[in-house]
Design a protein around this ligand. Sequence first.
Ligand code: IVH
Length: 665
Amino acid sequence: MSHKERIYELRELLHKHNYNYYIKNAPEISDIEFDTLMRELQELEALHPELDDENSPTRRVGSDLTKEFTQVAHKYPMLSLGNTYSKAEVADFYDRVKRSLNEDFEICCELKFDGTSISLTYENGKLIRAVTRGDGEKGDDVTANVKTIRTIPLVLSGEGYPDSFEIRGEILMPWEVFDELNAERARQGEQLFANPRNAASGTIKLQDSAVVAKRRLDAFLYYMLGEELPADGHYENLQRAAKWGFKISDTTKKCTTLEEIYEFIDYFDSARKELPYATDGVVLKVNSIRQQRNLGYTSKSPRWAIAYKFQAERALTRLNEVTYQVGRTGVVTPVANLDPVQLSGTVVKRASLHNADIIEKLDLYIGDMVYVEKGGEIIPKITGVDVDARFLLGEKVKFATKCPVCGAPLMRSQGEAAHYCSNEVDCPPQIKGRIEHFVSRDAMNIDSIGPETVELLFSSGLIKNIADLYTLEANDLLLLPRMGIKSAENIINSVRESLSVPFERVLFALGIRFVGATVAKRLARTFVTIDNLMNADVETLVATDEIGERIAGSVVDFFNKDSNRELIARLKTAGLKFTLDKEVVENKTEKLKGKSIVISGVFEKHSRDEYKEMIERNGGKNVGSVSKSTSFILAGANMGPSKLEKAQKLGVALVGEDEFLLMLE
Ligand code: IVH
């Protein structure tokens, strides 16, 4: 089989297995087998850039850095739907349709997914463009990001799809992914996403599609448009689309009577709470496309469809007290303590008041009757006050001025909603938070120390900061409750193993505000040693790619503090890595690992010696003569005729100078 045939075969296989795994939930091969096929394809594609295909399954990993999005006009405008909030309004819609059509009709009932809408264009079975709603007339071209979503087919399977069509749907972030993402953001001191909708729309607009790929977005498609759709029924078209590889919700139902529609609404008003993704209502659509055309559009929305929005669940209860919680990053969050009240199946006693501005806006008094809602948000929140129920005015709620744990004054940076405890060094929840972040998997990966052990170590006085971890001894640990020899040894061993963690992760582990894993990597690669970084001023820092003033300011502040300088000195003595590994500095990679490469001909961009050095630096071997085991020939102009002939005979590929440089990028 030729390289070309194998590449095509692998692409088809991987598309199929992707579909089995992500859409059908019925994988036929193991993850390892999948990865092996993927790696084979990646390697073959790297060697044969001439067979490049932007819809190859390898493109899902996401790599190209988009600087800004291009705006694209929608072929068909992206309209919104009229909203209704009661069954009476649904009945009005139903009657209007009935009167206008004056013939039998079906209503397709669907869930209203709470994400961000997307329009996908397919031509000849290939995804060619993905555009956000934008202003309805034109949107942002986010194709590179959308290609990372595994449930969106890059190449269609099956048959009967139109040569050209658009399909629209909702990009979602499943609850599970959302919770993980927010937990991670909390660890890094970043602002949390309020709900999965914001998280999905924020993610799809990120500049780096590799980060998008990690966020595990999902998508349901719910609307097909085009001149040559397979059927007259909206529902039937979507069923066909499911066969081409699209993820279509199986909750959709065709109804004919108003009672059936109400049944659908009632069922999902409660069943939605068990779904793995957020929904905020039901969408009702006249099923026949001919009838849709007859009904037409108003200036803003179709007359053939409406949305019914679920009631956000709300309860009225009394506000007894406002207390404050200090998070790991020092953010102080006000919490309303309430008379217990039933809300969506649980008893709520506490609700978030978010920040000082929100308290101010609500104009709260202790003893007020307040509305509590559990929307798409993480914790219940107070959304209003029943002013009429205010008889005896209690004390006005004023935001705290001191940290409830350590008593230090609170501060608020300009333009920020949150208050912080100013006692970064000694405030217990902040210390524990920093240690938890330090030992976490993506940081120092000290997996024998979880949050409970951190609590134990801290409250017993064994550690007061991250540097103390490196002077711990097994004997000290044995004094702790529930600590056996085995666990104590595990802790000591994994602390020792963390000494080999590379500099960029150590830098991330320090927990500098706004320095996440990616920023840490960038800083480590630019500054190479911690001393260079410690001595850099804001100006030098902002000259680094992707580092803005906010990050630069935070880095400088961090290293200006004596306590942090002292900490780093102690960590250095303990033996942590504060210099970039030699391989990284020298730009060494394994991109050409296992490859035997012959260099032949004359080159323009680099000398032969430079190419030889590049091959070796990237893990390849430079060999003199062409043989069966030659991986490819790095071929310049005027390549020797005998080498050329031999290469052709043995089927060894020729790779030009530009292609070779691309491989190493
Ligand atoms: S159909 C012309 N179906 O709700 C009809 N929209 O206000 C186009 N949405 O922007 C939309 N689930 O983002 C449709 N099953 C569904 C939907 C849905 C969620 C969103 C979509 C749209 C908004 C309408």
